[in-house]
Ligand binder design. Structure first.
Ligand SMILES: [Zn+2]
Length: 410
């Protein structure tokens, strides 16, 4: 047995495992990066009484490389995303934007991944051309692979051509496109246009959908397609977002952050935003970032805690009340532990023994003012320098990170 395999064994006992399907209090058995039905007697036991275990969250829409780029400094509301993209062109001459874009793309991609991990999000659908940095074995989160994508119907100069990309995407893989990102006639016409092009099918995943009309939503449900909802981004750019209820009731809605360039800080903040809208139950909100997202993105082993699932977990304190509600309003600094493939990667300091058992070296950090242990492999000073609210607890490490920050700004 290799050492990695041995290190991934753990029996998590005493916690309530929470998914949209319900709550289980049986021990959660981890082995080889997956959830197992049984474990050898020597497997370590982790006492998690008074805790809740959720499947790590799925972020169904993200642009990882632009999370440290300053947003447009305007309260202007745009009729559609194309108008916003036009307005953004002048923003590229802004000194702070130029400085942010001077940071090597590989680092920016990893920073976007780390941002997700800090919010208990272990799987991301990245909506930009592939980059070799995404294939690094130690990339901080798992990514959607083997999928097709185009950028948008009205922005052909970036990303694969719409019809060709759709046709080349196998029917059992997702094909993703920004669609109906606006409130005007241009946005409202996009679903019918996509349908006419022959690109609306069960594999179609449509991002935003603000301009969708009632009959468009019925058509999406009829063909078995899905929509990724990014309410923070929509409200900032367009002044409103879609009504999520019909799509959520049909299980055809997932949640995405977009990047911080237009959207929220992370998926937890996006969930807080969702909660202020009427109409979705806590169970439905949880499904947006777990089971429903996994179904739309064709991820049979994610978004749940059944035997065979990836052992990617988000662990929080059980403060009583309805379990699925515990995720709504959760601050990232209040996450007790984030687990990837059976190994803890960020947790409160009292989980030091678990890190030791799993032979994961850690670095003490502060996350939004609260002490945490972060897996050493993730504690790259260049990344911490890009993430507001995350800093080394040790003064010497902090000095190194701040030197990198100054270098990035020069
Ligand atoms: Zn986007």
């Amino acid at each position: 047995m290799d050492t990695w395999f041995a290190r991934t064994h753990a029996s998590l006992r005493g916690a309530a495992c929470v998914t949209p399907e319900g709550v289980s209090r049986a021990p959660l058995l981890l082995c080889g990066g997956r959830i197992h039905a049984s474990l050898p007697a020597w497997a370590p036991q982790i006492d998690l009484r008074d805790h809740l275990i959720f499947p790590a969250l799925i972020n169904a829409h993200e642009h990882l490389q632009i999370n440290a780029v300053p947003p447009l400094a305007t309260a202007e509301v745009f009729p559609n995303s194309y108008a916003w993209i036009e307005a953004f062109q002048a923003h590229f001459n802004d000194a702070a934007v130029m400085a942010a874009l001077r940071v090597p793309k590989a680092s920016r991609l990893r920073h976007g991944a780390l941002k997700n991990l800090l919010a208990g999000t272990m799987f991301v659908a990245h909506h930009d051309p592939w980059h070799e940095a995404l294939d690094a074995p130690d990339f901080p989160v798992a990514l959607l692979r083997e999928y097709g994508w185009s950028y948008a119907l009205g922005w052909n100069s970036y990303g694969p051509p719409v019809q060709q990309s759709f046709a080349q995407t196998p029917v059992d893989r997702p094909w993703i496109i920004h669609l109906a990102e606006g409130t005007d006639a241009v946005a409202q016409a996009e679903l019918a246009h996509l349908d006419k092009l022959g690109c609306l099918a069960a594999r179609s995943v449509l991002v935003h959908g603000v301009g969708l009309r009632e009959q468009d939503i019925e058509r999406i449900i009829e063909v078995g397609a899905g929509v990724v909802w990014c309410p923070s981004s929509n409200e900032r750019l367009l002044g409103r977002t879609l009504d999520p209820r019909r799509l959520a009731d049909a299980g055809r809605l997932a949640l995405g952050t977009d990047s911080r360039l237009s959207g929220s800080r992370d998926l937890l903040e996006e969930l807080r935003h969702v909660a202020v809208h009427d109409g979705l139950t806590p169970r439905q909100m949880l499904a947006l970032v777990s089971t429903d997202a996994a179904r739309m993105l064709r991820l049979p082993w994610r978004g749940h805690l059944q035997v065979g699932a990836h052992a990617d977990l988000l662990i929080v304190e059980d403060r009583g009340g309805y379990e699925a509600s515990s995720l709504i309003g959760l601050e990232r600094s209040r996450i007790r532990a984030v687990v990837r493939e059976g190994l803890p990667c960020m947790a409160d300091p009292d989980f030091a023994d678990w890190f030791a058992l799993a032979e994961v070296d850690t670095v003490p950090v502060m996350l939004d003012g609260r002490p945490k242990l972060l897996a050493k492999s993730l504690a790259d000073p260049a990344l911490l320098a890009l993430e507001p609210g995350l800093e080394f607890a040790d003064a010497r490490d902090r000095a190194l990170a701040s030197a990198i920050t100054i270098e990035a700004r020069c």
